[in-house]
Design a protein around this ligand. Sequence first.
Ligand code: ATP
Ligand code: MG
Length: 654
Amino acid sequence: MVVERSASIEALLEERRRFPVPEEFGKRANVRDPGIYKRAARNPEAFWARVAQELHWFKKWDRVLEWNPPFAKWFLGGKLNVSYNCLDRHLDTPRKNKAAIIWEGEPGDDRVLTYQDLHREVCRFANALKSLGVKKGDRVTIYLPMIPELPIAMLACARIGAPHSVVFGGFSAESLRDRINDSQAKILITSDGGYRRGTIVPLKRSADEAVQGAPSVEKVVVVRRVGDKSGATMQEGRDLWWHELVQGQPLTCPPEEMDSEDMLYILYTSGTTGKPKGVVHTTAGYLVGTYATTRWVFDLKEEDTYWCTADIGWVTGHSYIVYGPLASGAASIMYEGAPDFPDRDRFWAIIEKYRVNVFYTAPTAIRTFMRWGEEYPKRHDLSSLRLLGTVGEPINPEAWVWYWKHIGGERCPVVDTWWQTETGMILISPLPGLTTLKPGSATFPLPGIEADVVDEQGNSVPLGGGGYLVITRPWPAMLRTIYGDPDRYVKQYWSRYPNLYFTGDGAKRDEEGYFWLLGRVDDVIKVSAHRLSTMEIESALVDHSAVAESAVIGKADEVKGEAIVAFVTLKNGVNQSPELINELKQHVVRKIGAIARPEQIIFTAELPKTRSGKIMRRLLRDVAEGRALGDTTTLADPAVVQALKDKYGEEGEA
Ligand code: ATP
Ligand code: MG
């Protein structure tokens, strides 16, 4: 399944556009010295220890790293508290009254919590949790919309040493129940409801249904978000209102002195490839990794307003809305609603309203904005922006350039950040003050990180070739295990190659050593003995002016091994036609070569995506091969794939 040096890799190398660091940006960047890479490589442990020294420790570590593959321990013997580092550490500095969380809610609500405010709210809720008998090590499941109580609850858990397990508020009762049972949580925190595009989402009802089948839950704490119209009912003896529970709680709560390797949280992966895994992160390494990368990659300055659009229910929100930015003393925006409510310019309106400087979003969102058209960003003053970021999937070069041009005003570097729930922190990304950018490339492993591209046997593939992305040294924020399933930890990540972390992603490096992510190795297509990455064919399609988004899969084919099927979403106002199908096929041939010519092109209004916005190609393969659909619990909208299945049934054989 290795992506060898092939026609398609040559085609990708055709991407010749270069974006050097803008001069002014480079002068002021947090990381300006290119020597950082060499310094880190010479002595990675000393390098990470230097970063760790910037944080607060009750007791300093004795040893930086103990590596018994595949088990790593970082900052052994150290004692610290993550909530202390995110809050208390700032309180005797001028940051005390600076915005920590700027919340933009629905409908029309907003709220700003300074570091002092957040500290107080976290302490009160930490005391409330203690009053319910929550002790160090007890798991707490948090199932909330994007409201301030979500980070408050997380930090309160961290304060008393109770690992949290945040479950995205869009998940069903069934998904919530599975995750509660897997982690055996004692407490569930939820709300009476939430808002989504002007309607009320009945979270409490899902929570009630989930708890029916989750006997570990003793108490349910309920935030009053919607009020009477939520229709939520409270169960006597089990359910408690948040606002009543915190009444009269002391305003301070001594932080638990946590061991470096004590568990901070469990978080389930997106489930793009199968059953979600309960990823375990621990205290010190995770904090050091997210703190450092926030400062390097997002170049945050004291005066910046930073906005990551992810939901806190995903790792991106954990690391880059909550822990990294707060440990760095940043002003971090969280937004409760959708990008198209009340209109398709909502994100741009928020950037204008708060004068956002650094903005971090996902390729799926960028492709949606492209489809909607430039008129929406044009309505707003986006001149405050100085840096843009992306995460979640490979970004098609055309989407990258659109983002750079229409959102960044051709002035802001774009950092394409590669990482995973498991890695905890960004591992491959430009340093915006140092790296010359190439659209579609995540560029290089960060200082202190060592990655490689290897073949089937685990041999490093020379520059210019492709294969499997592996990480060759332990890093501070790496997952420590899969909760309750240590065998799966070893099997999933460490069994393919001895002592190399297997990411499950394909990648290649160009002659200059830039990393290009090719998508999941399961998504590589083999056509007549050639290996093609779905990502490259999709990028060729998105390069056509009519196309907004596409998902490519390989369908079993007796002659070729696999035949290429492309699902395509057109831009607003473009009509489907047989001529356009031919034109698109020709376009792919021109960009990559005849070998990549799609056998079939199917137009669709939407693509099936996970709730975190990733395209689920495995379901498209099920559709194309006429199989029953695999696990769909993590789908954002099951109707999309059902419609495709019906449509494919009619057209598929054509
Ligand atoms: P599961 O592991 O349950 O199938 P998932 O892999 O989608 O779900 P996440 O941990 O949220 O869960 O996503 C990590 C994956 O997202 C990476 O392995 C990679 O495939 C993709 N990814 C993230 N950022 C990038 C990026 N900048 N470029 C390319 N791919 C990316
Ligand atoms: Mg994964």
